[in-house]
Design a protein around this ligand. Structure first.
Ligand SMILES: Cc1cc2nc3c(=O)[nH]c(=O)nc-3n(C[C@H](O)[C@H](O)[C@H](O)COP(=O)(O)OP(=O)(O)OC[C@H]3O[C@@H](n4cnc5c(N)ncnc54)[C@H](O)[C@@H]3O)c2cc1C
Length: 317
């Protein structure tokens, strides 16, 4: 019995935190089927953990050419499963998940509810929109509504289930499919992935230069084992690379600790980080709107405060 399909988020043989959130959010619909799509040998070892997180059934859909086909194996697997046994489909919001959701909707002639923060038992879902200024509830009819779930919106709650494992044969690639012929991951150094990091240090226009990102923002991130993020203004001014932009048109982060340096706190930025558990803001303008959502606000110059902070952290290690 399948009441919902969840696309499992995994990397290098391990589940990503989003998976537990997806399984928790989907559980309200009934028995959840977890779908693991990946290279040969990746799915079965995740069985036990997926069962402990609430997967009643686990489909392992593996293909040797998985990495070359970008999102198509996921779309093929979920399409084949939902065409056979229709049920709602839940994937993680983000560039990857949104692409999968859109393609699936076209194939299944279904609708998509994007960036949802809660799924309800009647199959409607809540969205938090315009920088979390409004809550909207929306619904999609049909047998396979598709949802993309905002990372960090749902607190993961394990709920052990049977976790029966089934091998699922992916349809063969079509000659018309796009194939990636070369793949070189961007050099990230030793810092954690921004969207998964427990600590995020973000810099804004007030950082003033790429050099100051290297001498202030990055060293603070490294002192705390965190990731670096940036505002759109910092990105537009060329201070930091676009993939690190946090906010409405960037990535969403939900760390335990977020520190904002030289950031004013525009709603388009805060909508991408306001679920952080602790927010620390350093800004030399005491009227900066960011202080309104800060757990700890420091009115001061980042050039003075940041080195002191790094020194103090390193002293306590
Ligand atoms: C459609 C749309 C989408 C957008 N999407 C995003 C998005 O995804 N992410 C995003 O971030 N923005 C986004 N923006 C832009 C957003 O509106 C703001 O312009 C932007 O977030 C401001 O960036 P900032 O805080 O770095 O710069 P500013 O607003 O200029 O703030 C800089 C701050 O640094 C402080 N400062 C300066 N010097 C120092 C110093 N030496 N020490 C301490 N503090 C100092 C200043 O007091 C000021 O408060 C979007 C805008 C639009 C219209």
């Amino acid at each position: 019995m399948t009441n919902a399909y969840v696309l499992v988020e995994h990397r290098e043989g391990a589940l990503l935190p989003a998976t537990a959130e997806l399984l928790t959010a989907a559980r309200v619909l009934g028995a959840v089927t977890a779908v693991v799509v990946g290279a040969p040998g990746v799915a079965e070892p995740l069985r036990e953990e997926l069962a402990s997180l609430g997967a009643a059934v686990i489909y392992g859909a593996e293909a040797a050419d998985y990495a070359e086909r970008v999102v198509l194996p996921e779309v093929d697997a979920l399409h084949a499963l939902a065409a056979q046994t229709p049920a709602p489909i839940v994937v993680a919001a983000g560039a990857h998940g949104n692409e999968i959701a859109g393609r699936l909707a076209a194939r299944l002639a279904s609708g998509v509810l994007t960036d949802v923060v809660e799924i309800l038992a009647d199959r409607s879902a809540k969205h938090s929109i315009f920088g979390d200024a409004y809550e909207v509830t929306a619904a999609v009819g049909g047998t396979s509504p598709i949802y993309t779930l905002r990372p960090g919106a749902v607190a993961a709650q394990p709920a052990p289930a049977a976790g029966a494992y089934v091998n699922f044969a992916l349809p063969a690639a079509s000659a018309k499919d796009v194939k990636v012929t070369k793949f070189a991951p961007a050099v990230q150094g030793s810092r954690p992935d921004l969207t998964q990091a427990k600590v995020v240090i973000a810099g804004g226009r007030g950082v003033e230069s790429p050099e100051n990102f290297s001498t202030l923002v990055e060293p603070l991130a490294d002192a705390l084992g965190g990731a670096v993020g940036a505002t759109r203004d910092a990105v537009d001014l060329g201070y930091y690379a676009p993939q690190y932009q946090i906010g409405q048109t960037g990535v969403t982060v939900s760390p335990d600790l977020y520190i904002g340096l030289g950031i004013s706190g525009a709603i388009q930025h805060t909508s991408g980080m306001q679920t952080a558990k602790k927010i620390v803001v350093v800004n030399n303008d005491e009227d900066a709107p960011f202080f309104q959502i800060a757990d700890l606000g420091v009115v001061g110059d980042i050039h003075e405060i940041t080195p002191l902070l790094i020194e103090e952290i390193n002293k306590r290690k």
